[in-house]
Design a protein around this ligand. Structure first.
Ligand SMILES: NC(=O)c1ccc[n+]([C@@H]2O[C@H](COP(=O)([O-])OP(=O)(O)OC[C@H]3O[C@@H](n4cnc5c(N)ncnc54)[C@H](O)[C@@H]3O)[C@@H](O)[C@H]2O)c1
Length: 447
């Protein structure tokens, strides 16, 4: 007899075929239909559910071939809110759990979704793989390049299926656009650019205050060396502190650098530079609020990513996007499931629009209707052994490109990279220090 776990681990040929073309309308939760294939439902544990995790839980709850069995967070309020979201959609309340280590021991969890702060991404993903769980890991893959090395070794060693939250890799029109690009629709492309703009307010100057009763600050910090609790870190503002976060570059830049790398068909660069700074407010925010990262790939190609966290004037009419400049025209990705091709005079020669929209103003869940394509691709890889659209190995390269940018920014000069190994050639001890991080004793990730 085939056990449930081995079903979820093996490649299945006769299993129900789910195609990339399925959308919420065809996959919508069907309370009567839940009986069908119930034993094959992938049981999911959500880890980190304040904002993005809650959005993902909402999307997953609408699919009939998975079930959220557990919700883990160190904020008791976030657990309750996410439980209510799932209950409202499915009628069932997943169990709440504070400690990730307990969740990973749960036999009723086949796979986990990690939407924790960035300092937790690689350590949590490695722990999950060691526990035999499949993983949906939010981007960026890691906090620093050394963790990418660990992740790549871990996925080879533990062999579970790890999808990274670069969801645009699964959006049908984005796939079609990249296919057209690679087929030469705008000729050879040597340069591309991407951008993200916003009007983020100041985070002020934090005060040391008692840890709120709803938060386990020790578990929130996990692998990061201990710091006193201050009132402007949890939630979300950790993004702007190097100790936990990775700045706008890895918060939003990772998505678009991943698209640039995919479209240009490049891997590691030869040279990376960054200019910018924290200009707008004099507060605790440490990462740049204005940043231009450039990546050179020998004489083959180059690209740039521009981030403006405190001035949201759009570029080419879009608050976020990607443009590939070819020898015979240009191809634009809007950041949603749309694209446009222009000739050398800028005249639109083709426009593909989608009914499934990326909702720019929706901060919590801008792409719920589209994320399902990425979940579906993950489930197929778990069930049938099919190809992941954002595998961990590939996503670690995209993440690392942006991490080089942050390293160049912090050391104040460009850095040279071995395009085969991805290692930085410069022996500068400051660069070496930024390649990895110090861990809290007892929490060091080990593969
Ligand atoms: N793919 C996307 O489009 C997308 C969109 C938004 C955010 N994200 C990513 O999702 C991640 C989370 O972002 P956010 O905006 O939701 O941040 P957030 O700070 O609002 O939420 C993080 C949650 O993780 C919880 N957490 C911290 N330590 C934990 C632990 N040890 N165990 C369990 N839970 C823990 C926090 O309490 C919080 O509820 C980030 O890495 C971000 O880059 C991805």
């Amino acid at each position: 007899m085939v056990s449930r776990r081995s079903f979820l681990k093996r490649a299945v040929s006769g299993a129900a075929a789910f195609t990339l073309g399925n959308t919420f309308s065809s996959l919508a939760f069907d309370s009567a239909g839940r009986v069908n294939g119930a034993n094959d439902r992938i049981r999911i544990g959500m880890i980190g559910v304040n904002s993005r995790g809650k959005g993902l839980a909402s999307g997953l709850s609408k699919l009939k071939d998975c079930e959220i069995t557990r919700i883990c967070d160190v904020d008791s309020r976030a657990i309750a809110k996410c439980q209510a979201t799932v209950r409202q959609i499915t009628g069932k309340t997943p169990a709440g759990e504070k400690d990730i280590r307990n969740l990973l021991e749960s036999p009723d969890v086949d796979a986990v979704v990690i939407a924790m702060p960035d300092h937790w991404h690689a350590p949590a993903a490695i722990m999950a793989m060691q526990a035999g769980k499949h993983v949906y890991l939010e981007k960026p893959t890691s906090h620093n390049p050394a963790e990418n090395d660990m992740l790549v070794r871990a996925v080879a060693k533990y062999g579970t299926v790890v999808q990274v939250g670069n969801q645009r890799r699964s959006w049908p029109n984005v796939i079609a656009a990249i296919d057209e690009l690679k087929a030469g629709v705008v000729g050879k492309v040597h340069y591309a650019k991407s951008w993200y703009v916003n009007n983020r307010p100041s985070i002020g100057t934090g005060k040391a205050v008692p840890v709120p009763e709803w938060l386990d600050w020790d578990l929130w910090q996990g692998p990061a060396p201990r710091r006193e609790y201050r009132d402007n870190i949890v939630h979300y503002n950790w993004h702007w502190f190097w100790h936990w976060g990775t700045g706008e570059a890895l918060n939003n830049g990772t998505h678009f650098v991943d698209l640039l790398r995919w479209g240009l068909d490049v891997s590691y660069p030869t040279k990376v530079d960054s200019i910018g700074g924290r200009y707008r407010y004099n507060d605790d925010w440490e990462t740049p609020d204005t940043q231009l990262i450039t990546c050179q790939f020998g004489d083959r190609a180059s690209f740039s990513w521009e981030g403006r966290s405190c001035n949201s004037l759009p570029v080419d009419g879009q608050p976020l996007g990607v443009v590939f400049y070819g020898e015979t025209g240009s191809l634009y990705l809007t950041g949603g499931n749309d694209y446009r091709i222009a000739d050398m005079k800028g005249k639109t020669v083709k426009e593909v629009k989608s009914d499934l929209k990326f909702e720019t103003g929706n901060l919590l869940n801008p792409s719920e209707a589209l994320d399902v394509f990425h979940f579906r691709n993950w489930f197929d890889a778990i069930r049938k052994g099919t190809r992941l659209n954002s595998s961990l190995v590939d996503a670690c390269i995209s993440t690392q490109l942006v991490q080089y940018g942050n390293i160049a920014q912090r050391v104040g000069h460009s850095i040279e990279i071995d395009p085969v190994s991805g290692y930085i050639l410069d022996k500068d001890p400051e660069i070496r220090g930024l390649w990895s991080r110090k861990y809290e004793k007892g929490w060091e990730p080990r593969v």
